[in-house]
Structures are given as structure tokens and as C-alpha cells.
Write a protein that binds this ligand. Structure first.
Ligand code: 5GP
Length: 210
């Protein structure tokens, strides 16, 4: 049995453009919550800081870390490698801090399958509509419509993984979405039943996939 002092693990995943990164930032402002900083072989974007947004490493170093079994999980996403190192995560969990992970479905499945002692809560964030998603993807630093179209195709694949998650949340309004996630986390921490219902979510998923 996990001790009362051990933190919980909260995973947020989503297809690209659903607004997950902002949600992770908001959640990390909660007391006793810290965000896991991943390693990646992707090049930094203009607004990203090494050691804050990611630990940026080259392929060779990433491979070395794989061989030394430093990763709790890792995956290839959009042609780059991303991974979560074990040491910092377990240090924080053992201190009683809760750790938030912004990782994809592949990494989530790897963590689920390890059946760790810490409580694990997984969220899959979805956009309100395909139209809104396309708009968000076209408005990013990727102004290229072709890239947005490519990511829409990826969306059609990624959305199929909603079934792997404890909660599917629609990000129509950032504040509402944040409050919902926070409420479900609070329920988990205090062992209370939440008001979550899958019925309306299933309708939404049907709309997004048809
Ligand atoms: P981006 O390049 O846009 O920052 O992230 C691309 C995708 O990689 C996102 O879906 C993000 O959640 C995922 N990702 C970021 N870090 C990790 C990680 O450590 N492991 C895994 N499996 N996915 C990650």
C-alpha cells in the first residue's frame, strides 16, 4: 500500500492543439503540484527555455539515457523523441508532492502498465470541434496550413486513444476545463466520488470523429 505521504501522478494528454499545455501550467500553480520536465530531441521553439520547458538533448545523449534505463517512459512523437526520467519524478513523489505529466498516449500506456504504487489519474483533453481545432492549429507558430492539415490527420489517429484514460475532458473554455480537472483531482485525493459522466463525452467524440 502506498503511504499517505506519497504524491499522486496526474497525466494530461491530448491531440495537438487541444490546449493541454496551458492547463498543465495552471495545474502546476496548485500547492503541492509540480510538473515533470521531459527530455526531448526536438529543437527548442523561440519562446522555450532549456531546463524549464524541456531538457533539450541530442539523439546520441537520448539514446545513452535509454540504454542506462533512465526513463520511466519514452516515445517517438512527430519524428522526435520525448521521455520522462525516473529520478526526479520519484524524488518528488516520495516527498509527498503530486506530479503532473504532459505526455502522449504512448507514454501514458507505458506508465499504466508499470502498475506503480503511486495513485495515477489520467486525463485526455479534447477540442470543442474540428473547426476550432483547425483554427488553433493554423494560429500557432506553424502558420503553414499544410502542417495544420497534417496535424488534423494525426488528430484522427490520436483521438482513438481516449479509451485508455480515466477522464475525457472537453476544452471549450479554459477556466471551466481547469476547474473540472481540479475537482476530479480533489475527489481522488480525498477518496470522494466525482460527478464525472461519460454519456455526453461519447456523443462529443462521435461528432469529432465523423
Ligand atoms: P511538443 O513538441 O508540441 O512540445 O509536444 C509534442 C507531444 O509530445 C505532446 O503531445 C506532448 O504531450 C508529448 N510529450 C512531451 N513530453 C513527453 C514525454 O516525456 N513523453 C511522452 N511520451 N510524450 C511527451
Amino acid at each position: 500500500m502506498p503511504s499517505m505521504r506519497e504524491g499522486i501522478m496526474v497525466i494530461l494528454s491530448s491531440p495537438s492543439g487541444a490546449g493541454k499545455t496551458t492547463l498543465v501550467k495552471l495545474l502546476s500553480e496548485r500547492k503541492d503540484f509540480i510538473t515533470s520536465i521531459s527530455h526531448t530531441t526536438r529543437a527548442p521553439r523561440s519562446n522555450e527555455i532549456d531546463g524549464k520547458d524541456y531538457h533539450f538533448v541530442n539523439n546520441e545523449n537520448f539514446e545513452k539515457m535509454i540504454n542506462k534505463k533512465e526513463f520511466l517512459e519514452y516515445a517517438k512523437v512527430f519524428k522526435n523523441f520525448y521521455g520522462t526520467t525516473k529520478s526526479k519524478v520519484f524524488e518528488e513523489l516520495n516527498k509527498g508532492n503530486n506530479v503532473i505529466f504532459d505526455i502522449d498516449w504512448q507514454g501514458t500506456n507505458q506508465i499504466i502498465s508499470q502498475k506503480l504504487e503511486n495513485r495515477l489519474l489520467t486525463f485526455f483533453i479534447l477540442p470543442p470541434s474540428r473547426e476550432e481545432l483547425f483554427k488553433r492549429l493554423s494560429n500557432r507558430d506553424m502558420k503553414d496550413k499544410l502542417i495544420a492539415e497534417e496535424r488534423m490527420k494525426q488528430f484522427d489517429k490520436d483521438i482513438l486513444h481516449w479509451k485508455d484514460y480515466d477522464y475525457v475532458i472537453i476544452n471549450n473554455d479554459l477556466e471551466v476545463c481547469y476547474k473540472q480537472i481540479s475537482e476530479y483531482i480533489d475527489c481522488e485525493i480525498s477518496n470522494k466520488k466525482s460527478s464525472y459522466s461519460l454519456d455526453s463525452i461519447k456523443k462529443h467524440i462521435k461528432k469529432l470523429t465523423s
